[in-house]
Write a protein that binds this ligand. Structure first.
Ligand code: KG4
Ligand code: ZN
Length: 334
């Protein structure tokens, strides 16, 4: 079964053709990030306009790259939640038009479920059940993936998402949006123990995260030294901050795994590209005798291939929408 997938939840307009949920036939991503960099973050109005301009050529390119026409496509999967509402509406309305004109079924797909599904592409043997740490620019969740379309949230952030904390810390150090990747690279040359940063805990939950205090601590460290005219070693600050975030993420993830008896662990979302997170989990899972899976780095950020993968399993479970389908800025992964 061939699915044409469409993604427009934030600042990437993407389309892909995916076979049976696992094989990517084509994948096109048009990023708007260079334009949003000028403003230090995503400007929703600009994002919607750029999606509207890019959607037709991006979808056409995905079909051309696959050497297919709409006649060869069995269903259209589209991200309908969560994300920027104006951005999501571009993809949803385009997919509805496509479904109406061609008669192919319309499959609504949840953005975070798609991030998890990026693992089905990178790891052909991986099947639920497993425990997944979903860490992106907007969300940080520990999710019990009971089946392809059955999930339960075990832990979540109470304030900032991990990606958001990375981006804000990076911005304070003069790195351009989204700074998570540059912070990660800079941290490679630093000492993670150079600065003592807090490990915020949430008192009424062992699995929930809180990153806002940690983010404020690193911002204060930078501002205080600037006021005193002290130059901090940037690589050391990045390494200490990265270590603190990864420590919080992995501590709660392993605690949840232990308590729920899960021995197959998976990561997903933009922050799953983080080098230290990948390395720490790979090593620690090996020590504990757990299975560990992660998406290829090229599939960690927003793309439509992952939507085509999750869309396949949504289709199989009977999740098919009619033309009344709407987009939603927020929606639980459950
Ligand atoms: O999943 P994603 O592409 O978009 C959302 O759905 O939010 O995640 C984007 C986030 C950004 O905050 C970005 O800085 C972060 O993922 N990110 C990273 C790395 N690569 C991307 N954060 C830390 N280390 C990285 N290597
Ligand atoms: Zn995303």
């Amino acid at each position: 079964m061939k699915i044409l997938a469409i993604e427009s939840s934030c600042d990437e307009t993407a389309a892909a053709v995916v076979q049976d949920g696992r094989e990517v036939i084509s994948s096109v991503v048009a990023s708007q990030v260079e334009e949003h960099k000028l403003y230090g973050g995503v400007v929703p109005e600009i994002a919607s306009r750029r999606h509207a301009e890019a959607i037709v050529p991006v979808v056409q390119q995905a079909l051309d790259d696959a050497g297919l026409s709409l006649d060869n496509i069995n269903a259209a999967a589209v991200t309908y939640a969560p994300g920027l509402i104006g951005a999501l509406l571009v993809g949803v309305n385009f997919a509805k038009g496509l479904s109406l004109s061609s008669g192919i079924p319309l499959v609504p797909t949840h953005h975070l479920r798609s991030h998890i599904a990026s693992n089905y592409i990178s790891n052909p043997d991986l099947k639920p059940p497993f425990l997944c740490l979903v860490v992106s620019g907007g969300h940080s969740h520990i999710v019990k993936v009971e089946d392809y379309t059955k999930m339960k949230i075990i832990g979540r952030t109470r304030d900032d998402a991990a990606g958001e904390a990375f981006d804000k810390a990076a911005r304070t150090m003069g790195m351009s949006y989204p700074g998570g990747i540059e912070l990660d690279k800079t941290a490679e040359d630093g000492n993670p123990l150079a600065f003592k940063l807090p490990r915020p805990v949430v008192h009424d939950s062992e699995y929930d995260f809180s990153f806002s205090g940690l983010k404020t601590a690193v911002i204060n460290l930078i501002h205080n030294s600037q006021q005193k005219g002290i130059e901090l070693n940037k690589a050391d600050v990045c390494a200490s901050f990265r270590y603190a975030v990864v420590d919080c993420l992995t501590t709660n993830f392993f605690k949840a795994a232990q308590d729920y008896g899960e021995t197959r662990l998976v990561i997903a979302g933009g922050v799953s590209a983080n080098s230290l997170l990948r390395k720490t989990l790979s090593e620690e899972c090996k020590n504990r005798g757990y299975e560990f899976y992660m998406p290829d780095k090229s599939l960690c950020g927003d793309n439509a291939a992952m939507v085509g993968s999750q869309g396949y399993y949504e289709y199989l479970s009977g999740n098919i929408a009619d033309l009344s389908l709407n987009a939603y800025a927020t929606m639980s992964i459950e």
